[in-house]
Design a protein around this ligand. Structure first.
Ligand code: FNR
Length: 367
């Protein structure tokens, strides 16, 4: 269908499903085990309701914001998703181009299909990019990747901490992995096992020995702000803040890792409570969430609860699988249009006006 028939992020998913090869659809759409967490990521948002305010002059709406001090036109970022070329020959560059057009920050995955430099080179001058890191058992390889990223101007290092082993995504495991599109062998010095799906094939280099003891080492090798991606409870968010890190992403990896992990939006409540109680937000520590964000209403719920921004994964993969970078750009534009309308209807002209009393979270923990 023509792109202008896509009216919501769900529409891109439907088109992607019809155009993607079986293996690519299996890798992109799958969650771990029974996919309970993947579904919960959507369900949790549906247990939060708005408490709009009236008569607040909503003629002009402004939802511009910052992430780690960098401007964004909307409080979202394009999160890291591996193997972009399974969906489109230009892979992750589609996200770079759309990010430039829409003023949205992209997080480059360690396991991108395009090379890291290709993705950085695709950016416009001044365009902000972050990097997602899987930590190699061979720390020299990791050191080189991190320091190269910093040299190339990457503005934030997101270390994924929820994947010491990759989850069982059975849809994906039933497919053989052809490896047209990974850079694992080249960048991580590890061979690729092609017998059981894409996820298993590309992940054997990841170090399950990674621990809190490694954090000082990361801080010693880079000046980039360090954020832990995949924090799932208040205790670990507190440890991250106390370790002097720049932030955390409350995430269950899009439901692809531990099944029955809670959704980011549910974790957000306890995390903000503990961080406030211990006065750990004062140094600019930021909290992001991802997983299941499909509507601007979801973004506003997260902002109301204290998140700085939210990450969005699959919808952008689906958008470029269907329409290339134009699809991603349109998906972001749809979110912006929804954002403007929702902020008007809840009575919040700016993001600072999106306060905790504007949502009703009474049902959030009632699964
Ligand atoms: C991911 N995600 C991910 N995360 C990460 O830290 N490194 C990675 O390589 C990948 N790869 C990846 C591939 C695919 C196909 C998906 C769908 C997801 C997780 C991702 O960053 C994010 O946490 C979720 O995608 C957010 O959920 P939604 O927006 O996809 O529902």
């Amino acid at each position: 269908p023509p792109i202008d028939e896509c009216l919501s992020l769900y529409d891109f998913e439907a088109v992607a499903k019809s155009v993607l090869p079986t293996g690519a659809w299996a890798y992109y759409s799958s969650g771990a085990d029974d996919e309970i967490t993947m579904r919960e990521n959507r369900n949790a948002y549906q247990r939060i309701w708005f408490r709009p305010r009236i008569l607040r002059d909503v003629t002009t709406i402004d939802f511009s914001s910052t992430i780690l001090g960098h401007k964004t036109t909307i409080p979202i970022y394009i999160t890291a998703t591996a193997l972009g070329k399974l969906g489109h020959p230009e892979g992750e560059k589609n996200l770079t181009w759309a990010g430039a057009e829409q003023g949205v920050i992209q997080m480059i995955p360690t396991l991108a299909s395009c090379s890291f430099d290709e993705i950085v080179d695709a950016a416009k001058p001044g365009q902000v990019q972050f990097m997602q890191l899987y930590v190699n058992k061979d720390r020299e390889i990791t050191r080189k990747i991190v320091q190269h990223a910093e040299k190339r101007g990457i503005k934030g290092l997101f270390i994924t901490v929820d994947a010491p082993q990759l989850g069982r995504r059975e849809k994906d495991m039933r497919q053989k992995f052809a490896d047209e599109g990974s850079n694992v062998q080249r960048t991580q010095g590890e061979s690729v096992d092609k017998t059981q799906g894409a996820a298993r094939a590309i992940s054997s280099f990841i170090d399950p020995g990674l621990s809190w003891k490694d954090i000082p080492w990361f801080k010693s090798i880079t000046k980039m702000p360090i954020i832990l991606k995949g924090v799932q409870c208040a205790e670990d968010a507190v440890l991250a803040a106390e370790a002097g890190l720049a932030g955390v992403v409350l995430s269950n990896h899009g439901g692809r890792q531990l099944d029955f992990a809670r959704s980011g939006i549910e974790i957000l409540e306890e995390v903000m409570r503990e961080l406030r109680k211990r006065d750990l937000l004062k140094n600019g520590f930021e909290v992001y969430i991802d997983g299941g964000v499909r509507r601007a209403g979801d973004v506003l719920k997260a902002i109301a609860m204290g998140a700085t921004a939210v990450g969005i994964g699959r919808p952008f993969l689906y958008a470029y699988s269907a329409y290339g970078s134009e699809g991603v750009s349109r998906a972001i534009q749809i979110l912006k249009d929804e954002m403007e309308m929702n902020m008007r209807l809840i009575g919040a002209p700016t993001l600072a006006d999106v306060t905790p009393d504007m949502i009703d979270t009474a049902g959030l923990n009632q699964r």
